[in-house]
Write a protein that binds this ligand. Structure first.
Ligand code: XMP
Length: 311
């Protein structure tokens, strides 16, 4: 049977309203399509009992905080922004193993949310987990930071009651719901972005200086590759370095890989063929705008065996 966004929105609105009774509810949003849909749906159901929180964790994309703020302002929601950059960088410090980094992110994320829950006296937390997150976590393909029970964490230990209204939907259905909710095209067509944000695009230790490089490179590839068929584009900073020559001087500089993939639901993906002239323009911009980069590589690997992100 085909999916009906009207029915879905109506049913979930009623369900969220009923389940949360007269309690205060917190929803954390990241600017990604899933969490924006989730927050909008929750606002429709819960109105003034809803607190919309944005954690400015230092790992977000260029201009994200301002964009999320203005989106919610237009909706009449006063976004709560917490500057938690130091906390996140502290927890990621010294960690190079990909799973350790994900776990560190997950732990600091939940600790911060627990604080938020307490400080706003919220009794429920709404999350934008979608079906692909659950499937991939169950298969052991990834450790999602936002799928608690599947990874053996009891939400009660964190003092939370969790609701996941989008958990039966895959990405294309989430976009239909977004459209149905009247979200702007820019939001419902927005490419997916991972919970651990730019930390998934840094091989090795995540430090502010590296995040800034990936942030600039990400903005460049996103700006240069606008084709709708491209599911996701990313830039990744390697831990290794390579010798280059900048201004007549040999330096040991950074390596950035760019990746563009086509996919329906992120379960599998094939590389998008970036036209050569565009690839050259991207390379030139990265070399000119990201300090210290001496090599730009183009990742042509499908998923599987690769994943879309790098950690
Ligand atoms: P991978 O790298 O596993 O990613 O092929 C599949 C899709 O999921 C996104 N992704 C995440 N999303 N939390 C999220 O909310 C995460 O921890 C996470 N890890 C990966 C990724 O961007 C891609 O769309």
């Amino acid at each position: 049977m085909s999916f009906g966004p009207v029915k879905f929105v109506n049913e979930k609105t009623i369900e969220l309203e009923k389940k949360t009774e007269d309690k205060k509810v917190l929803v954390a949003t990241s600017g990604g399509v899933d969490s924006m849909v989730c927050a909008t749906l929750a606002f429709k159901a819960i109105k003034e009992r809803l607190i919309v929180l944005y954690l400015d964790n230092g790992l977000m994309r260029q201009g994200e905080t301002e964009e999320v703020n203005s989106f919610f302002a237009k909706m009449g929601v006063e976004l709560q922004v917490w500057d938690v950059k130091e906390k996140f960088f502290e927890s990621l410090k010294g960690k190079t193993d990909p799973e350790e980094k994900r776990i560190a992110f997950r732990d600091v994320f939940y600790k911060t949310l627990r604080q938020a829950i307490k400080s706003y006296s919220a009794e429920f937390l709404i999350q934008g987990t979608i079906a692909a997150d659950i499937v991939e976590t169950q298969k052991g393909i990834k450790t999602q930071h936002n799928v608690l029970s599947q990874i053996g964490i009891n939400p009660a230990n964190y003092g939370l009651r969790i609701l996941e209204p989008l958990k039966e939907l895959f990405k294309p259905q989430v976009r239909l719901v977004a459209k149905q909710l009247g979200l702007p095209k820019k939001v419902y067509e927005r490419r997916p972005f991972p919970g651990p944000a730019l930390a998934t695009r840094i091989i090795g230790e995540v430090v502010p200086e590296k995040v800034e490089k990936v942030r600039i490179a990400t903005a460049i590839v996103e700006d240069m590759i606008k084709e709708q068929s491209v599911f996701q584009v990313l830039a990744v900073l390697f831990n290794d370095r390579a010798t280059g020559n900048i201004g007549g001087k040999r330096i040991y500089g950074d390596i950035i890989a760019i990746r563009a993939v086509e996919s329906k639901d992120a379960m599998t993906a094939v590389p998008f063929k970036i036209p050569w002239t565009k690839l050259e323009k991207i390379r030139d911009r990265i070399l000119a705008e990201v300090p210290g980069v001496v090599k730009v590589l183009y990742d042509v690997t499908p998923k599987p065996p690769s994943t879309i992100e790098y950690i």
